[in-house]
Structures are given as structure tokens and as C-alpha cells.
Design a binder for this molecule. Structure first.
Ligand code: SF4
Ligand code: SF4
Length: 231
């Protein structure tokens, strides 16, 4: 049985989950919801949410505040005065699960940050390694913020999927950081942000280049700028 099976999902209750643009587009496509249903911006003046992983975006209404684009939380039905990821499905406690059970409501489409937890690339960026997961996901040592029932071992992780997920997460984080740099050059309005993303990702697959000596950018800056002008 997988380590997550039957867990109350303290991870989905403790953390602000940063989204990449690709996560947003996939969630919109697969769930039929719009960004406004599941996405939000969390002010991050200290940089603790971005944690050198997620880019900061700035918006017209609060130009001095750095924001990280995250999954929305909503009130937990199991733990009063506590929140959980909007996609988390909760089941009540029983004899085997005193804290109840949590199940991802969008498992196949879950964001990269959820897929890779608790792995990361080692310093040489060649092999996945496991984080040392703390006992609690928040400073408040409340039962709902308890994390994994034991430390993960390599046997808990699929070696192919884990590596693939990390490679994709790294690529998408880099792409999204490029996008943030462009957005922040001409800070736009929060209410057009999802449109901007849809436009950029819709044109991410490029036609066969006419000039073979073009620099191999992931996406040409001009394409970003076109979408940005519309936003
Ligand atoms: S998307 Fe799924 S795995 Fe990720 S935090 Fe939400 S419920 Fe948990
Ligand atoms: S807290 Fe740990 S064991 Fe529980 S669902 Fe999250 S990653 Fe899995």
C-alpha cells in the first residue's frame, strides 16, 4: 500500500501550493473549471512561498507586493477553523484513520509541486533524492498539519515517474519564470492574468522555423510580448 493511501493529507492542508502556467492550463482543461475557481495569488513579501522555486508576479492594484500564483484553499469540513486545498476530498475519521482521510480530487491533473513532493534533484541535478519530511507542515503543531506517518524511502517512489516529474517540473518552473519576467516588465491587471496565460500557452508549440540558425529559445520573446500587449 502506498504511503499516502489512507493519510489525512497534512501536506494538502499545510502548504501553499505554487502553480505554473502549465498546471493552470491543464487543470482548466481537465476539470472544466476556470482559473478563478481554483487559483489565487498569495502575497509573499518574505519570499517564503516562492522559496527560490516559484516566480513572483506583480499586479496593477498592488504594484509593490510580490505575489505567488497558488491553489486556493477553502474551509475544511473535518478540522474547524482550518483550511485545505480546494481539490482535497475529505472523509471522516474511523477506527483505522483517526484524523480522517484525504484524497486528491484531481489526482491525474495535480500540479507539478504536488507530483514531485517529497523529491528533488540532487545538487548535480542528475538523480532524484528524497527530502527529509518534517513532522508538521506548519509551525502550529496541530493534528491536521501532521505530515507523513513515516519517512519516505526510495521504495515508495516510482523511479521512472519521479524522474520524469522532476524534469517536467524544472522545465515548467523555468518557463513560468521567463513569463513572470516579461509580465513584470509591464505590470498588468490581475483580472486579465488567466487570459494572458491561455494566450501564451496556446502559442507555445511553434511552427517549423524558417531560419535554421535561430537561437534555440524555448519561446521567442516576441510571442510573449504579443500576448502581453493583449493583456
Ligand atoms: S491538488 Fe491534490 S495533491 Fe495537490 S494539494 Fe490539492 S488535493 Fe493535494
Ligand atoms: S502528508 Fe505525506 S503521506 Fe500524507 S498524503 Fe501528504 S505526502 Fe502523502
Amino acid at each position: 500500500m502506498g504511503i499516502c493511501q489512507g493519510c489525512h493529507a497534512g501536506c494538502c492542508r499545510s502548504f501553499a501550493i505554487p502553480l505554473t502556467g502549465a498546471d493552470i492550463i491543464r487543470l482548466e482543461r481537465d476539470t472544466g473549471k476556470t482559473f478563478w475557481d481554483f487559483g489565487c495569488r498569495w502575497a509573499d513579501p518574505e519570499g517564503t512561498i516562492a522559496a527560490n522555486y516559484a516566480p513572483h508576479f506583480f499586479f496593477h492594484d498592488e504594484p509593490q507586493t510580490p505575489f505567488v500564483i497558488c491553489l486556493k484553499h477553502e474551509d475544511s469540513s473535518l478540522f474547524p477553523a482550518s483550511t485545505r486545498c480546494k481539490f482535497l476530498k475529505e472523509s471522516p475519521p474511523d477506527a483505522d484513520h483517526p484524523l480522517g482521510r484525504g484524497e486528491c480530487g484531481t489526482y491525474q491533473s495535480r500540479p507539478a509541486a504536488c507530483r514531485v513532493f517529497p523529491t528533488k534533484f540532487d545538487v548535480q541535478n542528475e538523480l532524484p533524492i528524497l527530502h527529509n519530511v518534517p513532522e508538521y507542515g506548519r509551525d502550529q503543531k496541530l493534528p491536521q498539519f501532521k505530515l507523513c506517518p513515516r519517512q519516505w524511502t526510495p521504495a515508495d517512489v516510482d523511479p521512472i515517474d519521479a524522474t520524469n516529474d522532476l524534469v517536467i517540473a524544472r522545465y515548467e518552473a523555468r518557463f513560468f519564470s521567463q513569463l513572470a519576467r516579461l509580465w513584470n516588465q509591464k505590470v498588468g491587471k490581475w483580472d486579465v492574468f488567466p487570459e494572458f496565460l491561455r494566450d501564451v500557452y496556446a502559442r507555445r508549440v511553434q511552427d517549423i522555423p524558417q531560419q535554421q540558425d535561430e537561437e534555440p529559445h524555448i519561446l521567442k520573446l516576441a510571442d510573449f510580448q504579443q500576448a502581453h500587449r493583449r493583456a
